[in-house]
Design a protein around this ligand. Structure first.
Ligand SMILES: Cc1cc2nc3c(=O)[nH]c(=O)nc-3n(C[C@H](O)[C@H](O)[C@H](O)COP(=O)(O)OP(=O)(O)OC[C@H]3O[C@@H](n4cnc5c(N)ncnc54)[C@H](O)[C@@H]3O)c2cc1C
Length: 457
């Protein structure tokens, strides 16, 4: 056994872990980071990056088809082998060596292996014991959750890792779960030729978002991508049979060569030895934190990113890494983004970009809310992306303060419209002031002009 002492030990080198390690090291702390798989985490190799690489070609093709003069015919199709090869390049063929110089330059020691607590601020990894003089930061992320469905354990299933790294296009696939992951991956594989059936128990996709957002995505999946979207459908059991046969309660069966399970996330807390430091995760396995990212109010134990369950996005994990680092460095900062409603984007076509509260959430929070809504594609800027991109842009207004408390933009590539809404919500900018934020012509950000005109009408 070797024993090494650091100021901080970070468990998990995903986006959250890397950012906190970097900030502490740049402040002069001696930092160790422990990673059992790939430096860069789920996001870089099995989640955000490969899924976006799989989705983007269909967006480009659709846009090219809409613009007269671009030499792409109606019968042009994607080249699946080339799309998968580019996906592999985006994820560096699962090789994390390109990430290591960033750690080296900051003097961060990387320990490969699964880390677990063996005492207060003491982590075992391989045959080393790492002691943290000041704090341990848990950033171990999450994996795909498996629902308790009869027969599920006995058939071959895909999780997000399989569905983002598959080397060949399956002929058919059943997807369980119509949240962002299930919707994105349904579109991605359907665009490459897979016959997809998407099953969700709710009455619209993307259950957390404004209902119209999920309805638009379902319509596009059905209409443009040929996905069989089954809403309000409950899976009663699953069995093998060629590929996988999924039995729906009172609605027959559906079959697929593959079965992708995308019904939520399970935090990586079960093998961490948390009992040795008398910490118990919540009943779903997440490590509860306060707004400074401290676990159990301790100043030497932090949890950031997916593992604390607050908002499971890379950008939120990186934000929480900043919050944790500020507090560790003696600057008291409390997180507010998750309470306000963190930004979130589903990268389907139409994209769904949202921040803050939906109308229903605002009403549930007793906000005297009203909505202002315009078509997303009604600006001169949008016309350059071709006719008929559609979409709706909605602001949720708090009438008491005349400020925005929520925003949703659906349509073609709306993700970059979101940051202006995030700024307006975080800074609580009232309409009278926001009216002076002039949107340039001819850009799609003129959707803001239309929204403001409607708001003041
Ligand atoms: C298909 C898919 C697409 C997504 N797309 C987006 C997107 O477009 N935008 C977005 O913001 N979010 C997206 N997400 C969510 C995003 O991937 C996560 O929110 C993000 O990866 C969380 O970062 P993290 O650092 O908390 O954890 P992770 O990225 O999960 O990293 C945690 C790391 O800890 C390691 N680890 C776990 N246990 C141990 C241990 N005991 N010892 C050592 N190491 C350990 C793991 O190996 C892993 O590398 C997507 C998720 C999925 C599934």
């Amino acid at each position: 056994m070797t024993d090494k002492t650091y100021d901080a030990v970070v468990l998990g080198a995903g986006p959250a872990g890397e950012v906190v390690a970097g900030r502490l090291a740049e402040a002069g702390w001696k930092v160790a980071i422990v990673e059992r798989d790939l430096v860069g985490g789920e996001c870089s190799y099995y989640a955000c990056m490969p899924s976006k690489a799989l989705l983007r070609p269909a967006d480009v093709l659709a846009e090219a088809r809409r613009i007269p003069g671009v030499p792409v015919g109606d019968d042009a199709e994607l080249d699946p082998a080339a799309v998968l090869a580019r996906r592999d390049a985006v994820i560096h063929d699962g090789d994390d060596s390109g990430q290591l110089p960033w750690l080296d330059e900051r003097g961060i020691d990387l320990h490969r292996g699964a880390g677990r607590f063996v005492g207060e601020r003491r982590i075992a990894v391989g045959d080393a014991i790492l002691s943290a003089a000041r704090a341990v930061v848990v950033a171990t992320g999450s994996g795909a959750a498996m629902p308790p469905i009869d027969g599920l354990g006995a058939v071959r299933t895909w999780n997000n890792r399989d569905a983002t790294t598959a080397a060949k296009v399956p002929a058919s696939m059943v997807v369980l779960g119509g949240g962002p992951v299930g919707s994105e991956l349904s579109q991605a594989w359907a665009s490459l030729g897979t016959k997809v059936t998407l099953i969700d128990a709710g009455d619209h996709l993307l259950g957390r978002e404004e209902p119209f957002a999920g309805e638009e995505v379902a319509a596009a999946l059905r209409g443009r991508f040929g996905v069989d979207v089954r809403l309000g459908a409950e899976v009663s059991s699953v069995r093998a049979g060629g590929g996988v046969v999924v039995e729906l309660s009172g609605a027959g069966t559906v079959e697929g060569e593959e079965l992708l399970v995308a019904v939520g996330r399970r935090p990586h807390t079960d093998m961490l030895g948390l009992a040795t430091i008398e910490i118990e995760p919540d009943d779903r396995g997440f490590l509860e934190v306060d707004d400074r990212m401290r676990v159990g109010g301790r100043d030497d134990l932090f949890a950031i990113g997916d593992v604390n369950g607050r908002a499971l996005f890379t950008h939120v994990g990186k934000y929480q890494a900043w919050i944790a680092a500020e507090n560790l460095l003696g600057r008291e900062v409390a997180a507010i983004a998750e309470t306000i409603g963190s930004p979130r984007v589903t990268f389907t076509d139409p994209q769904v970009a949202a921040v803050g509260r939906s109308l229903a959430e605002a009403e549930a929070d007793d906000i005297d809310a009203r909505v202002v809504e315009v078509p997303t594609d009604a600006s001169a800027g949008a016309s350059f992306q071709g006719k008929g991109t559609g979409g709706r842009s909605r602001l949720v207004i708090d009438q008491a303060t005349d400020t925005i408390v929520g925003a949703t933009f659906t349509g073609f590539e709306t993700a970059d419209l979101l940051q202006a809404a995030t700024l307006a919500i975080v800074a609580e900018i009232p309409r009278a002031r926001l009216r002076h934020a002039v949107a340039p012509y001819p850009t799609r950000s003129e959707v803001w002009l239309k929204l403001l005109e409607k708001w003041e009408a």
